[in-house]
Structures are given as structure tokens and as C-alpha cells.
Design a protein around this ligand. Structure first.
Ligand code: FMC
Length: 266
């Protein structure tokens, strides 16, 4: 693993490990908002729940982990809302678990995997799995110069052209907000963001990953067509199980593809 003429001390080697682009990816953290999305992946890789939580006492955040081939795989979910018992979807929970997971695990790569709405006008169909190239917010309107751009919060996903091509994934931009429905103002911002996909976590995960300089990619499977006839909630719930299976298939392919590769090879 070590370069033949490397004269760096072992300590320096280790402290630089998580930044090294030429070392195969070793630790992956999946950030997955919903239990329904996470469980198939947990089962596929035979991950086990961590009984000694890395996280503060009392938080609902859950970590499943295990090794698969040469990878340490962690699936982290914000878990169930402590008051209402539903999945803690949305940007606040996603940011917090992303931050805490990076602090605790120093991953080489973050993968935010989940469902999303898709725009048929941009070529999305139910069941499609996308790799998002850019992430931005559509519900942070601050109409003051420069603060407007801060609100949009545009971030780039790590560039993985080979992964996109070799696994035949669709590419597109993702717009994030804290609502499942879409107000006319949100719609205008999503169009301004040139988004193909709409979710409730992506740009938040991207913000934290960028802040802490951890590479991140975004795998999103389309549960509902936002610019279609069917009401979003109905379509989302109807397709959730089937689309989660499609997501699981792609996630497995992505993990197999990543195994043994450096970030620069993706
Ligand atoms: N709009 C926003 N979010 C979603 C969506 C849509 N049309 N379809 N699926 C989602 C994702 C969000 O990221 C949430 O985690 C969850 O599914 C819906 O609450």
C-alpha cells in the first residue's frame, strides 16, 4: 500500500491518510434518511447495529457497520423522531448526523443515498437512479446581494465520471428543501437551480461534507414525478418500496465498483 520511495514518517502517513487521493477508499459512511431506505442496504452487506453508540446519549441516530471486501461500511440514519416516532427526514437531522459521523469515523467518502422527486421535463422517470452532480437549496430565499447566493448554497458533488459511465447512471442536479410538497416559490427556485431532482437532505449533506473537506457523492432514486399528474404524497408512498429496491441494487454496484479504487479513479 505504501509507495516504494516514500520517506514520510509513519505518523505523518497516518495523519494524512484520510486526505490521500492515491490510497484506496477504505471507510465509507452512508447517510440515509429513512429506515425503509436503509434496511435493504444494511441486510445486503450484513451490517450490525452498533450497541455502543458513537453519538451523544439519548439521540435517535443509528449506526450499522461491518466490513465488506476491503471496505469498512457504515450506514448512518438520523433515526426516529424522539417525540413522534417517524423518520427524522430533512436538512437539520441530515446535517447533524453527517457532522457527527465525520467527527467520529473520519470517512474517506460520504454517500448520501435515498429517494427523490424527479422532473420528467428533465428526463426523470420513476425508478431511475441518479448520481447528482450539483446540490443547492430551493427554500432559503434571502433577497440581499450575496446572501441570496449563500441561501442557494450551491455545492459540487465529488466528480466521479467513471462511476457514472461504467454503471450507466443518470446525471443531474439536485435541489433540496425541507418540504415534500412544492410551493410556487420553491418551484421557481428549483427551475433556477436547473434541477432534475428534488429531495430533503442532499444539499445539507453536501454543505457539511464540504465544510469538513470530505468527498461526497449522492445516489438518488426517483419515487415520484414532481411535474406529473399524480399527487406527490400518494405517488411517493406507492413507489417507496419498489424504488428502494432499485436504490439497493445500485448502491451494491457502487460499493463493488468503489472497492479497491482511489477517489481519483472513480
Ligand atoms: N420532494 C422532496 N423529497 C422527496 C421527494 C420529493 N418529491 N421524494 N422523495 C423524497 C425524499 C426526501 O429526501 C425525504 O427523505 C423523503 O424522501 C420524503 O420525506
Amino acid at each position: 500500500m505504501m509507495a516504494p520511495h516514500d520517506d514520510k514518517s509513519e505518523v505523518a502517513e497516518e495523519s494524512m491518510a484520510s486526505q490521500a487521493p492515491n490510497r484506496p477508499i477504505s471507510t465509507i459512511v452512508f447517510i440515509i434518511a429513512m429506515q425503509t431506505e436503509a434496511l435493504p442496504i444494511v441486510n445486503k452487506f450484513q451490517l450490525s447495529e452498533d450497541p455502543n453508540s458513537l453519538f451523544p446519549k439519548g439521540v435517535p441516530w443509528v449506526r450499522f457497520h461491518g466490513t465488506y471486501k476491503d471496505l469498512n461500511i457504515n450506514v448512518i440514519s438520523p433515526g426516529k423522531d424522539t417525540v413522534l416516532g417517524v423518520d427524522s427526514v430533512g436538512t437539520i437531522s441530515a446535517s447533524l448526523v453527517t457532522y457527527a459521523s465525520i467527527q467520529a469515523l473520519q470517512p474517506d467518502l460520504i454517500i448520501n443515498a435515498g429517494t427523490a422527486g424527479g422532473f420528467k421535463a428533465k428526463g426523470a422517470c420513476v425508478g431511475d437512479v441518479f448520481l447528482a452532480s450539483e446540490l443547492a437549496f430551493h427554500d432559503r430565499r434571502i433577497p440581499i446581494p450575496v446572501f441570496d447566493l449563500y441561501g442557494v448554497g450551491l455545492r459540487q458533488a465529488s466528480s466521479t465520471p467513471n462511476l457514472l459511465k461504467d454503471l450507466n447512471l443518470k446525471g443531474g442536479k439536485l435541489s433540496t428543501g425541507d418540504s415534500l410538497d412544492m410551493s410556487p416559490q420553491d418551484e421557481a427556485s428549483i427551475i433556477a437551480n436547473d434541477a432534475t431532482l428534488k429531495d430533503m437532505e442532499g444539499a445539507a449533506v453536501a454543505y457539511v461534507a464540504d465544510l469538513l473537506k470530505v468527498p461526497a457523492i449522492f445516489i438518488k432514486a426517483v419515487t415520484d414525478i414532481v411535474d406529473g399528474e399524480k399527487p406527490t404524497t400518494e405517488e411517493f408512498l406507492q413507489n417507496l418500496a419498489a424504488v428502494t429496491n432499485a436504490l439497493d441494487v445500485t448502491v451494491t454496484q457502487v460499493v463493488d465498483y468503489i472497492n479497491g479504487k482511489c477517489l481519483s479513479e472513480l
